[in-house]
Design a protein around this ligand. Structure first.
Ligand code: C2G
Length: 454
């Protein structure tokens, strides 16, 4: 008897799950299905699971395809099960291709093509429909977004849009998503929500068209370059009753949220100074180094460094000063922005041509918080005091590369939950656009000044 095993959350049971189980069954004579527990899903960072394990097991049972149902409740259980139950084949959907190759020494590993379309037919009974998402842009971040979306229940990334047909087709083929490159309206008609990961200067227009068409929008930072554009988009989204979220992944990471809460808890007294730095030496041929108008250090990393400053001091600063080291072509290789608040000071440092310590220091009247690089992924931070022997250490859980948290909050907002609305408020997002706007004005002014001086 040929034994096949597969595992899954099987949340909001849909055709993708059904097709997978059906084909898994056809691989042998006996199919074992492992359904993940809430505990294990928490451990592996599967977010937004809606149905209880009882319902999820029941839904698998109803298919009549499983000869045996077990629960999967810890990392490493797959190897145990395969050995103790003499399993011949492990199978899972192709969105996991490569991830389970380590099981090849124990049994045959087969990745079955995932189901790109999940129509709402069998979903009506569910609390929430599966959110069909499309990505705009097939660049560096798009594959990461896909990999992370897999860990968020209730969302299915099924289409990619890039005006460059070759790029769209190539990405679609590799990642098994529907490529669109011609009519943007056609692309929008295929999805409920979009993730904008195209060059900065295209964000506003894509977001506006999508919101006009009643689509929810998760847009990579910076959302826009001016306060007016940011305000327009939020007002339009409100009018159309759709979700608009700026994708600054740090804002949605549990560790960062905890660090902000510790800073505001009085533990370090009154916060008086926030200094955030993010630098990454960037290759000269990349967009960030070549495009003086929309490239540069601050536009690339400023959303991260502004976040703790605005979270802790708000966005009503009394004055702001910009200073940059510009390359020959006008790109800001290193930008420092100094904020003066009524009761505090803040400094944002971003670099693409200068390497500095990527840390976040939050200084208070009783102590300070230090988060080392990559503080923007917030895997650890310490609270220190005058007494050097007194150190409080935090190591919050952080899974994947961080995008799953913003995707989970985006999907949860679409389903009507706004419990995480405080992660990045509209006011903070608009205020960041305001700093970007002043930075660009100031830079043009400085560039003019420099040109005049030459
Ligand atoms: N699946 C599919 N088509 C979809 C969605 C999911 O074929 N449109 C497949 C997945 O690849 C997986 C199974 O259906 O093989 C269950 O999917 P999920 O419930 O999302 O489970 P997952 O998080 O993929 O967990 O240890 C758990 C396993 O690693 C899989």
């Amino acid at each position: 008897m040929k034994k096949v095993i597969t595992y899954g959350t099987f949340d909001l049971f849909h055709e993708g799950h059904y097709n997978l189980l059906k084909r898994a069954k056809a691989l042998g004579d006996y199919l074992i299905v492992g359904v993940t527990t809430e505990y294990y899903d928490l451990q592996r960072g599967k977010l937004n699971v809606v149905d209880s394990i009882v319902d999820r097991i029941e839904n698998v049972k109803k298919t009549g395809l499983a000869d045996e149902i077990i629960v999967e409740d810890h990392e490493g259980q797959k190897q145990e099960d395969i050995q103790k139950m003499n399993v011949d084949v492990f199978t899972v959907g192709s969105d996991w291709i490569g991830v389970f190759d380590y099981l090849k020494e124990l049994c045959e590993v087969i990745y079955l093509e995932r189901t790109p379309e999940i129509s709402s037919s069998i979903l009506r009974a569910h609390k929430y429909p599966i959110v069909q998402m499309g990505m705009i842009g097939s660049g560096r971040i798009a594959p990461r977004f896909l990999a992370e979306a897999k860990y968020v229940s209730g969302v299915n990334v099924r289409a990619v849009y890039n005006p460059n047909e070759k790029s769209a087709r190539k990405f679609g083929r590799i990642h098994e998503v529907e490529p669109y490159f011609g009519s943007f309206a056609d692309f929008l008609s295929e999805v409920d929500a979009i993730y904008i990961a195209s060059p900065h200067e295209t964000h506003y227009e894509y977001a506006r068209m999508a919101i006009e068409a009643g689509r929810h929008v998760l847009c990579e930072k910076p959302l826009t370059f001016t306060v007016r554009e940011a305000r327009d988009l939020y007002e339009l989204a409100k009018e159309r009753g759709v979700v608009l979220m700026e994708g600054i992944k740090t804002a949605y990471c549990p560790g960062f949220i905890q660090m902000m809460n510790v800073a505001k808890s009085g533990r370090i007294g009154e916060v008086r100074d926030v200094e955030a730095c993010f630098s990454r030496i960037t290759a000269p041929e990349l967009r960030e180094m070549r495009d003086w108008e929309f490239g540069g250090a601050f536009l690339e990393f400023g959303s991260y460094t502004l976040l703790p400053i605005f979270k802790l001091f708000g966005s009503q600063y009394e004055s702001v000063e910009f200073d940059s080291i510009l390359a020959e072509n006008g790109v800001d290789l290193y930008t420092k922005i100094h904020f003066r608040y009524k009761d505090g000071l803040a400094l944002s440092k971003t670099g693409i041509g200068v390497k500095s310590e990527g840390q976040l220091v939050i200084a208070g009247t009783k102590g300070y918080i230090l988060a080392e690089s990559p503080w923007w992924l917030t895997k650890s931070f310490v609270v220190r005091y005058e007494d050097p022997g007194r150190i409080e250490r935090y190591s919050p859980k952080f899974l994947g590369d961080g995008l799953r948290y913003e995707i989970a909050d985006f999907v949860s907002k679409i389903n009507g939950g706004n419990r995480m609305g405080y992660c990045l408020t509209q006011e903070e997002s608009v205020a960041m656009a305001g700093v970007v706007e002043r930075f660009m004005e100031n830079r043009v002014h400085r560039a003019g000044h420099l040109a005049a001086a030459q």
